[in-house]
Write a protein that binds this ligand. Structure first.
Ligand SMILES: [Zn+2]
Length: 349
C-alpha cells in the first residue's frame, strides 16, 4: 500500500513539475530545484503515537489538502523557488555594492511588517467564548515573540544566542467575530471556516491573518494552513484553552506559544526537526538537524543527529515556557513571502 502511494505521489509530482506558470518563469533555472515538500506518511504515524505532549496538526492537514487540491503542491514549489531567490537577494535586485563576495545576505528593505488579524470565536460554552482581554493577551504574545521582546529571550543558550532573531513582524487586532454553535468539537477538516457549516467565512485573507478559536478536540492544540493552500481556508485554528496567556487557558500550553508556532507555519516555517528523521530538512540552514520533536521542557544540551537540538525554538514541540526563539534563517524564510512577487506581498500596505 505504501509503495503504491509513493509511486502515485511521484508520478503526480512529475506531472505537475512539467507545468510552469508566470512566477516560475521569472525564477532562474538553477533556483528551480525540486525539494520534497510533501508529507511523509510514516512521520504522521510516528507523531500519532504521542498523546500527551504538544499536538499540532498542520502536517496532517497539509497531507489532506495536498490530496484534495491538485494545484497546491505546484504552488508550494513555486513559493519555495521564490524563497530560495529571496534568501540570496532579499530584494530581488542584486546585492548592491558590486565587487566582492558577500557571505551574508543583505537585510531586506521591507521594514517592519504589520499583519492585521481577525479573530473568530466559535463557542458552545461560556468559557469558550473567550474574553477580549484573552484575545488581546494573544496579540501581545505574538508581538513579543516575533519582535524578540519576549521576557524569556535571555534564556537562549549562548550556542544559539547569535541566531535568535527579531523577525520584524508585528500584529494588530483588526476585529473579532463571535458565534455560538452546538458543535462541541470541530476537528481538523476546516468546517469552522465556512458559514454554511456553522462556522465563519474567512475575511480578506489576501490582507489579513484569520484565526479561528474553537475547540478542535482530540487533544489537538491547533493547526495552520501553509502558504499555497486555498484562500478560503487560509489562516490558523487554535483551541480556546491554548489561545492567549490569561483567562480560559490550560497549562503547560498557557503562554500563547501555540499561536506563535501556528503563525510560524502560516508564514511557511516547517517543524524544526523537518518532519522526519535526521536527514529530512526544515529548509532553514541555521537550525540543527534533529531526529524528531522534543516534548516537555528538555534540558540543554539535548543531542540528536550529533548536534545539539534547538529545543527552545518555537517550531519544536516543547511546552510554552520552554520555547523562546525563532532563528535568523527562519526570519528570512518568513519574510520571503512578503518580498517582490511573494505570495503574501499583498499584505504590505
Ligand atoms: Zn506545528
Amino acid at each position: 500500500m505504501k509503495k503504491v502511494l509513493i509511486a502515485t505521489f511521484v508520478a503526480t509530482f512529475l506531472f505537475w513539475s512539467c507545468d510552469t506558470d508566470n512566477l516560475e518563469s521569472q525564477i532562474p533555472q538553477e533556483e528551480q530545484q525540486r525539494v520534497d515538500l510533501g508529507v511523509d506518511p510514516g512521520e504522521l504515524d510516528r507523531m500519532a503515537e504521542n498523546t500527551t505532549g504538544r499536538q499540532c496538526h498542520s502536517m496532517n492537514v497539509l497531507s489532506r489538502q495536498l490530496q484534495e487540491n491538485p494545484g497546491m503542491l505546484q504552488r508550494m514549489q513555486n513559493i519555495e523557488s521564490h524563497t530560495r531567490v529571496f534568501e540570496k537577494k532579499p530584494d530581488g535586485v542584486g546585492n548592491g555594492n558590486g565587487g566582492g563576495e558577500d557571505p551574508d545576505p543583505d537585510p531586506d528593505t521591507l521594514g517592519t511588517i504589520t499583519i492585521p488579524v481577525y479573530v473568530h470565536v466559535l463557542y458552545s460554552t461560556s468559557q469558550e467564548n473567550i474574553s477580549s482581554s484573552q484575545i488581546n493577551s494573544q496579540i501581545a504574545v505574538l508581538n513579543n515573540d516575533f519582535r524578540k521582546s519576549n521576557s524569556d529571550a535571555n534564556q537562549v543558550p549562548s550556542e544559539f544566542a547569535g541566531l535568535a532573531a527579531d523577525s520584524e513582524v508585528e500584529f494588530v487586532l483588526a476585529g473579532v467575530t463571535r458565534k455560538v454553535s452546538p458543535n462541541t468539537s470541530w476537528g481538523t477538516n476546516d468546517a469552522m471556516k465556512y458559514a454554511f457549516n456553522g462556522g465563519v467565512d474567512v475575511i480578506t485573507p489576501e490582507t489579513h491573518l484569520n484565526i479561528w478559536v474553537c475547540n478542535i478536540g482530540g487533544g489537538i492544540l491547533g493547526y495552520a494552513q501553509f502558504p499555497g493552500g486555498s484562500a478560503s481556508t487560509d489562516g490558523v485554528v487554535i483551541s480556546p484553552q491554548y489561545f492567549g496567556s490569561q483567562g480560559y487557558v490550560s497549562a503547560p500550553f498557557d503562554k500563547g506559544r501555540t499561536a506563535t508556532h501556528e503563525v510560524g507555519h502560516y508564514l511557511n516555517l516547517r517543524h524544526i526537526w523537518g518532519d522526519g528523521r535526521c536527514k529530512r530538512d526544515d529548509f532553514v540552514s541555521d537550525t540543527p538537524s534533529s531526529d524528531g520533536p522534543n516534548y516537555g521542557c528538555p534540558s540543554y544540551p539535548t543531542v540528536n543527529c550529533r548536534t545539539n537540538d534547538m529545543t527552545m525554538n518555537y517550531m519544536d514541540y516543547t511546552d510554552d515556557a520552554c520555547m523562546y526563539m525563532f532563528s535568523e534563517g527562519q526570519k528570512i524564510r518568513m519574510r520571503a513571502l512578503f518580498g517582490a512577487g511573494g505570495v503574501r506581498e499583498s499584505m504590505l500596505n
